[in-house]
Design a binder for this molecule. Structure first.
Ligand SMILES: Nc1ncnc2c1ncn2[C@@H]1O[C@H](COP(=O)(O)OP(=O)(O)OP(=O)(O)O)[C@@H](O)[C@H]1O
Ligand SMILES: [Mg+2]
Length: 392
């Protein structure tokens, strides 16, 4: 199953069709193609594929609109049919909706209306099991400041920059979220707005609460005031994550350091992997042991919990094997210490994977993404090579 949505566009004005097609393609995981006159009415043999969405208009030259809708619907029973029209007459709107139009798009069609309508279809298909649901990855530091936010923001950005998949980054540090600083975003809406209006949560509301970053990451910020975090309960986290995994291929969670509470347990429950971040210091290593046990104790299977050593330095006071003796399982990944590059990226508010693709850190994150997607040439590779290029 793929998450790519196929959208066929059959409009009488070819310029309008091209504009709509270009707009649709801006959404990750969307493929658009143009149909020439009445191909949709001729059926699958003419169209050559089964689209998920067909967009038509009601040009009188193309024939009676109700008859056309019925023909297209019988040719493509599962398709979501959108109608673009200048006509705002309620009677026409009711008639075409009854005939089987899923979305009535009044011209000029705004980007928001179009994108929300497309995402609504994506969520519906995911609900019905016809599209794969996205994966969720949590990042949690074993001690304040060891790097969960830097890693989460860069992993999300790197996934989004390849333009092949849609990515959301959720700041789960409800009391003191700072992922927005790394992305240089001043969000107008946050998770608090969702919590306070949870009964309204749907595709359009969730998308509206997100801030779009220049990397293509859809970012949901944490509340601005720490005291507001109390309004967010685990059921809100549950609902937001359920919907997010229907809309996005990858959902990255930047979790609060060392925090295991109802909300973070809900996040871990829904995560494909929970990455516990440590550095090479003794306190962080000790906390990693404790945090690993705690996350296991709340019911997360150990094969979903992985340890990442951040700021790894070859030949440091402790060797990797000495560090690993403390853990229940092998370290999953090592991230190099790249202090100057990271600091300059934080100061500029641009994730390092975007501002400097050739830095050791950026290359490492790109490899990490291959690792989590099982696309690494050498499955043993853990991010940094030892002497003679062997995997550590
Ligand atoms: N791989 C790295 N190389 C060098 N410096 C790093 C690296 N990763 C993180 N840092 C430094 O560590 C600092 C803290 O990182 P970050 O904010 O991601 O930690 P955190 O675990 O999310 O902290 P908090 O507990 O505040 O949420 C960053 O500002 C950056 O300077
Ligand atoms: Mg953080």
């Amino acid at each position: 199953m793929t998450k790519e949505l196929k959208i066929a566009i059959q409009l009488s004005r070819s310029e309008a069709a091209k504009t709509l097609s270009a707009k649709g393609k801006e959404l990750a995981g969307v493929k658009t193609f143009l149909l020439t006159s009445s191909m949709a009415e001729k059926g699958e043999l003419a169209v050559k594929t089964t689209p998920d969405i067909i967009i038509i208009d009601d040009s009188p030259d193309a024939g009676n609109i109700l008859a056309r809708i019925r023909t297209i619907r019988s040719n493509f029973p599962d398709v979501a049919l959108f109608l673009v029209s200048e006509n705002k007459d309620p009677k026409q709107i009711i008639d075409v909706m009854k005939a089987g139009i899923a979305e009535y798009l009044v011209e000029p069609v705004t980007e928001k209306t179009l994108f929300d309508a497309i995402e609504e279809v994506r969520a519906k298909l995911a609900n019905e099991g016809k599209l794969a649901q996205g994966s969720i990855y949590s990042f949690i530091s074993s001690k304040g400041g060891v790097g969960a936010t830097v890693l989460a923001a860069n992993v999300a950005s790197s996934l989004a920059l390849d333009k092949k998949s849609s990515v959301a980054l959720l700041d789960m540090c409800f009391q003191a979220g700072d992922a927005s600083v790394l992305l240089d975003i001043d969000p107008t809406t946050t998770m608090l707005d969702i919590s306070q209006n949870i009964h309204r949560l749907d595709v359009s509301f969730l998308r509206g609460a997100m801030s779009m970053h220049s990397t293509g990451v859809n970012f949901l910020a944490a509340p601005k005031n720490p005291e507001d975090s109390e309004e967010i309960v685990s059921d809100h986290v549950h609902q937001v994550l359920q919907l997010s995994r229907k809309l996005y291929d990858h959902v990255i969670l930047d979790c609060a350091s060392m925090q295991v509470n109802d909300c973070s347990v809900e996040a871990f429950n829904q995560s494909d992997k929970v990455f516990v971040i440590t550095d090479m210091s003794v306190p962080a290593i000790r906390n990693t042991m404790r945090l690993f046990k705690l996350i296991k104790k709340v019911g997360i299977s150990p094969d979903r919990i992985e340890i990442i050593v951040n700021r790894y330095i070859k030949g440091g006071a402790l060797s990797l094997s000495e560090i690993e003796k403390n853990f229940e399982k092998q370290v999953y990944w090592l991230v190099p210490n790249d202090f100057m590059d990271i600091i300059s990226s934080i100061n500029r508010g641009v994730p390092l994977v975007k501002s400097n693709t050739s830095s050791p850190f950026s290359k490492n994150i790109n490899q990490f993404i291959n690792k989590i997607q099982n696309k690494l040439g050498d499955p043993e590779f853990r991010g940094i090579r030892g002497t003679f290029g062997k995997s550590l």
